[in-house]
Write a protein that binds this ligand. Structure first.
Ligand SMILES: *Cc1c(COP(=O)(O)O)cnc(C)c1O
Length: 396
C-alpha cells in the first residue's frame, strides 16, 4: 500500500490545548524557511523577545522562547535554578504541580510539598506556614492556572509571601498567559514559563520563558553546571543575545525551529493588536456565557466561582452519563473536541477549553447545542434549548 499525504480533519478545539490556531498563524508557518543565523531572522528574533516581554508584562532581559513545548520550559526553569541539595517548596493542587515536584527531585533538589485540594486554588496560609517552617528554602514553585482542574491560584499573594522569605519564585503560566491577568514584574515572579498552544492559539512546540535579574544572578553563581546541555541558559544566551557567550556574535547552539518561530511572532502580533487587557476580558465574557449555558442544562462546575479559570472549564459529569460516549459523539458529529478529566478526575469531569482564538461566541453556542444533543441521547433530564438561550442572554 502506498502511503499518501496526511490531511487532518477540520476540528474545533475546545479542550485543554492545543486550541484552534488562527489562520494568520498557519499562513505564517508556510512562509519561506531562511537560515537561523540570517540577519533578517535575527531581526525577527529580537522582535519576538520584545513581544514575549509584552505578553508577560516584564522588562526581563532574559526572555525568549525555548525550542520545545511547555514541559521543556518547566524543565528549563528547574534545571537552571536548582542545584544539588537546594530545598524547594512546591505547591500541588493538580497534575502539573506534581510534575514540578518531579523536576525538583530529578535536578537533585529536595521538594517540600504544600498539598491543596484538587479543584481549588493553592492555599496561601498553608504556603506561609511551610515557608516559616523551612527558612532555608531557596525557591517557591506553583502553577498559576492548573489545567487539570480549572483552578486559578493567587499568584500575586504567593509571590509576595516568597519574597518576604527570600525565596525565588518559579511559576507555571502555560495556560494563564494571554487568558488571565498576569504581571511578571508587577507581581515579582523570578522564573516563568508558558506554552504556545493554549491561549496564544499558536501551534504546539514552543515555550516562552523569562528570568528576573535575581534568577539570572543565581544561574550565573552556580557551583555546578546545569544538568541539561540543551536547556542550559548560559549556552542558549549565546544564540539569543549579542552579548551572551557569543562575544558580540550570535553563535550556533541548536537549529531554531524557524517556521514555528514565525508562527509565534504572528500569534504575539495578534495579541498586541487586540491588547492584553482585551484578551483577558474576552476570555472572561465567553466563560460567563458558557457557564450560564451549562447551568441551564443542570451541569455543575468543579471549581468555586472566585477561583475559576475562564479558559479552562471543568464540568462535573452528571450521574448516569457516559463520559466517553459523549466525547465521541461530539467529535464524530460536530467535529468538536473537549477534554477528558485528568488524573483523579478521569471519568468525573469534562474540561472545556476557551483558549485564544477558540474563545468566541460561535464556539460557545455550538458547544452548548452539541452538548445538549449528546446529553439528551444519554437520558439526562433538562429543558432543551435553554442552554443556548442562557448564553445568548449573557452576550446581550
Ligand atoms: C499544557 C501544560 C503544560 C505542558 O505543556 P506542553 O506544551 O504540553 O509540554 C504544563 N503546565 C500546564 C499548566 C499546562 O497546562
Amino acid at each position: 500500500m502506498t502511503i499518501t499525504s496526511f490531511h487532518p480533519p477540520k476540528r474545533t478545539l475546545m479542550g485543554p490545548g492545543p486550541s484552534d490556531v488562527h489562520p494568520r498563524i498557519t499562513e505564517a508557518l508556510a512562509r519561506p524557511t531562511i537560515g537561523h543565523l540570517d540577519p533578517e531572522f535575527i531581526r525577527m528574533m529580537d522582535e519576538l523577545k520584545s513581544l514575549i516581554q509584552y505578553a508577560f508584562k516584564t522588562s526581563n532581559r532574559l526572555t525568549l522562547p525555548i525550542s520545545a513545548p511547555g514541559s521543556a520550559g518547566m524543565e528549563a526553569c528547574f534545571a537552571n535554578l536548582i542545584e544539588e541539595g537546594d530545598k524547594v517548596i512546591v505547591c500541588i493542587n493538580g497534575v502539573f504541580g506534581g510534575r514540578m515536584k518531579e523536576n525538583v527531585i530529578r535536578m537533585g533538589g529536595t521538594a517540600i510539598t504544600v498539598d491543596s485540594h484538587w479543584g481549588r486554588a493553592v492555599d496561601p496560609k498553608a504556603v506561609e506556614e511551610t515557608l516559616n517552617a523551612h527558612p532555608d528554602a531557596k525557591a517557591l514553585a506553583f502553577v498559576h492556572a492548573e489545567t487539570s482542574t480549572g483552578a486559578r491560584s493567587d499568584a500575586k499573594t504567593l509571590c509576595q509571601l516568597a519574597r518576604k522569605h527570600n525565596c525565588l519564585t518559579i511559576v507555571d503560566t502555560v495556560t494563564s498567559l494571554a487568558g488571565s491577568e498576569l504581571e511578571i514584574d508587577g507581581w515579582g515572579v523570578d522564573a516563568v514559563y508558558s506554552g504556545s498552544q493554549k491561549c496564544l492559539s499558536c501551534v504546539p512546540g514552543l515555550s516562552p520563558i523569562s528570568f528576573s535579574e535575581a534568577a539570572v544572578e543565581k544561574i550565573q553563581a552556580r557551583k555546578t553546571p546545569v544538568r541539561s546541555w540543551f536547556l542550559d541558559m548560559n549556552l542558549v544566551m549565546g544564540y539569543w543575545f549579542q552579548d551572551g557567550r557569543g562575544n558580540g556574535k550570535r553563535t550556533y547552539h541548536h537549529t531554531a525551529p524557524v517556521n514555528q518561530l514565525y508562527a509565534l511572532h504572528e500569534a504575539l502580533c495578534l495579541l498586541q493588536e487586540e491588547g492584553l487587557d482585551n484578551s483577558w476580558q474576552r476570555h472572561q465574557l465567553h466563560h460567563q456565557a458558557l457557564v450560564a449555558g451549562l447551568a441551564a442544562m443542570g451541569l455543575e462546575m468543579l471549581v468555586p466561582e472566585e477561583e475559576r479559570l475562564a479558559q479552562l472549564n471543568a464540568v462535573v459529569i452528571p450521574e448516569g452519563v457516559d463520559d466517553l460516549a459523549v466525547r465521541q459523539q461530539l467529535l464524530a458529529e460536530y467535529n468538536l473536541e473537549i477534554g477528558a478529566g485528568l488524573g483523579a478526575f478521569a471519568g468525573k469531569v469534562w474540561r472545556i477549553g476557551l483558549m485564544g482564538y477558540a474563545a468566541n461566541q460561535t464556539n460557545v453556542l455550538n458547544c452548548l447545542s452539541a452538548l445538549e444533543s449528546a446529553l439528551l441521547r444519554q437520558g439526562h433530564r433538562f429543558t432543551p434549548g435553554e442552554a443556548v438561550k442562557a448564553a445568548i442572554s449573557v452576550y446581550q
